[in-house]
Design a protein around this ligand. Structure first.
Ligand SMILES: [Zn+2]
Length: 284
């Protein structure tokens, strides 16, 4: 994987991301509206969903339809193909009525990722059928109890490729946007939503992502350095998608380096922000 997030908050790189479907305009109360930008300082959460649809392509198409009152930033199909429907800094309609840990209205500050998955299945004879009447083989099915339910039922499994692509994307989003929470839709809309459900190992997924991305504050030793680039952009977070916090730092500027993440340094001068690691020389 060789992705990056551009300054217009779109994923690009290899493997190719499908940007053909856009869900930045929706019909709301009879009027065509443009999805507003989220406040960059506020974006701190990723919400994981399943599509309950028959394919990633059909879900991307449906979610980007203007008259459909739902959308998401990303759809990942079962082969790992990514569709981006909404730039990461714009609001998408994926969370709906939501509340978790004292916060509500998750659409205002979260990035929504939809995984192509049929959801709960019903066993009919020796076949497993989805709500939209597609059939699945036994090896695609997991019998498990949902955290909000008391008995086991059948769930469509996620593919390994799909979950690893999702993890790599989340990792990139965490470093670009300073994401602090990765939650399932069934955690922020308890009783109303059951996705991504027990076939998605949310606890393992979340701890692997957030533990490895914790700022290396405990092991990091601060140091003094000098800017070597003629103009060094200084941003709110480690990644080019983050807003600039002020004018670029001039060559020769002395900085105190207080943190490091993914090739970026957190520096303090008169202002504080993140700069690319390649353009700061450490004092000997
Ligand atoms: Zn959902």
């Amino acid at each position: 994987m060789n992705w990056s997030i551009s300054e217009d908050h779109k994923l690009s790189g290899d493997p190719a991301v499908n940007l053909e479907f856009t869900a930045t305009k929706k019909i709301s109360k009879g009027r065509r509206i443009e999805m507003p930008e989220m406040h960059m300082d506020n974006i701190d959460t990723i919400i994981i969903h399943y599509t309950a649809g028959s394919s990633g392509l059909s879900s991307a198409r449906w979610l980007s339809t203007e008259t459909v009152a739902a959308s998401a930033h990303i759809v990942i199909d079962r082969s790992g193909q990514i569709y981006q429907l909404v730039p990461f800094n714009r609001k998408a309609w994926h969370a709906g009525v939501s509340e978790y840990s004292g916060r509500s209205r998750f659409n205002d500050f979260s990035i929504g990722i939809e995984l192509d998955n049929a959801g709960p299945l019903t066993k009919v004879g020796n076949r497993y059928r989805s709500s939209f009447n597609s059939e699945y083989k036994e090896e695609e099915v997991l019998k498990a109890i949902h955290k909000d339910e008391s008995s086991a039922r059948f769930w469509h499994k996620y593919t390994t490729t799909q979950t690893s692509v999702c993890e790599m994307l989340c990792s990139l989003l965490i470093s670009n946007y300073g994401i602090r929470f990765v939650l399932g839709h069934d955690e922020i809309s308890v009783g109303r939503k059951i996705d991504p459900g027990p076939a998605f190992s949310m606890d393992v997924f979340r701890s692997r992502l957030l533990d490895q991305n914790r700022p290396e504050s405990s092991s990091f030793e601060e140091f003094e350095g000098t800017v070597t680039a003629s103009k060094l952009n200084i941003r709110q977070g480690p990644g080019v998608a983050n807003k600039m916090v002020g004018n670029p730092l001039p060559s020769g500027q002395q900085v105190k380096v207080v943190g490091e993440r993914n090739g970026w340094l957190e520096v303090e001068t008169v202002i504080k922000g993140w700069v690319s690691k390649d353009h700061v020389q450490k004092h000997q």
